[in-house]
Design a binder for this molecule. Structure first.
Ligand SMILES: [Zn+2]
Ligand SMILES: [Zn+2]
Length: 338
């Protein structure tokens, strides 16, 4: 099969590999779509772990073409979407239901290979059946969308609240939609790219702010009359992280969602956090969010189609990475098969 294989930092190659062998609890998946994600870029540059020899890719949908002898719920021909976070189910965190904090967790790319390949072997429990009528391509966004639903769970956005989203990529546009679905009275998006602000308008954003045009903090304070109840940082930049602390109103919550480099440090005012009783929340992965997210996607209430800006063949994988990095796309899906 054709697959993208990591040979170290800035060295991913498309090559011929044997299809993975399935264990008794595994399913063999014919990959239909695998989304390009910020994590793939981090892995390409070495700021997120990927063992040499591994196949990257974790935002996957596909069709079951073989099952191990202990697979009981999925059958050949079923369409599925992937939860790429494999956990031990035995530790304190797993027993507590906080699977995403399992110290033994690992990405599916470190199991038997990720989704930038024609075939993938996946433990049955990592897969969700895609409802009839929901396009297979949308399934590739189940993972990022579930992470966003978890972000809303973390923030406990209440009806009538005001939400600010910093960064209007696929994640920011999903968070924005989830905030609207949670009953936010107004949702403001701060995003420098015109095309993304325009897309946000069609998806129901209340106000979009161009930070190249105005001072983003001043604009948010003025639009909200003194700050937002919840600020989601979805750009993963030190500057936007710092801005969150200026944009949250007294008593507000800040959700750090964007991925910064591990060594990044940001200067904040502890006095401001103290005086305004700000709450700082991290949000990682999508524990307990997959079934709800799948229903939201299939219902059409969470708009997925407008976020898929490109579908490219595997040969264009490197172009896709460049386009993602240059922010020329919203969500690019790679089609590994014919
Ligand atoms: Zn991802
Ligand atoms: Zn565990």
């Amino acid at each position: 099969m054709k697959a993208v294989v990591s040979h170290g930092i800035e060295n991913f190659q498309i090559e011929e590999r044997d299809p993975p062998e399935i264990g008794v609890s595994d399913v063999l998946l014919e990959v239909a779509y695998c989304g390009i994600c910020g994590t793939d870029i981090h892995q390409y540059y070495g700021s997120w772990e990927l063992n040499p020899g591994s196949i990257p890719g974790h935002e996957v949908s596909g069709t079951v073409i073989d099952v191990g002898s202990h697979v009981h719920h999925l059958k050949v021909g079923v369409r599925v979407a992937l939860d790429p976070c494999v956990v031990c189910l035995n530790c304190e965190y797993c027993h507590d239901g906080s699977y995403h904090l399992c110290p033994n967790r690992f990405g599916i790319f470190h199991y038997k290979g990720g989704g930038f390949a024609e075939y993938m072997a996946v433990p049955e429990r990592q897969l969700y059946r895609i409802p009839d009528g929901m396009p297979l391509a949308w399934g590739a966004l189940l993972e990022p969308a579930s992470c966003c639903v978890h972000g809303l769970d973390r923030a406990t956005v209440k009806p009538g609240e005001t939400v600010v989203v910093l960064g209007g990529g696929a994640i920011g546009l999903l968070i924005m939609q989830c905030a609207i679905l949670s009953g936010a009275l107004s949702v403001l998006l701060v995003e420098p790219r015109t095309s993304r602000r325009t897309l946000a308008q069609t998806l129901g954003v209340t106000t979009s702010i161009d930070p190249a045009d105005v001072d983003a903090v001043e604009a948010v304070l003025s639009e909200t009359g003194g700050g937002a109840d919840v600020v989601f940082e979805c750009a993963g930049l030190p500057k936007t992280v710092a801005q969150c602390f200026e944009m949250a109103k007294p008593g507000g919550r800040i959700v750090l969602f964007g991925v910064n480099k591990p060594e990044t440090r940001v200067e904040i005012s502890p006095y401001r956090v103290f005086r305004n009783e700000l709450t700082i929340l991290g949000s990682v992965m999508g524990p307990k969010a997959y079934p709800r997210t799948l229903k939201l996607m299939a219902s059409g209430k969470l708009h997925i189609e407008p976020l898929i800006s490109h579908i490219l063949p595997m040969d264009r994988f490197h172009d896709a990475l460049k386009m993602h990095e240059a922010q020329e796309a919203i969500k690019i899906l790679i089609r590994p098969g014919k």
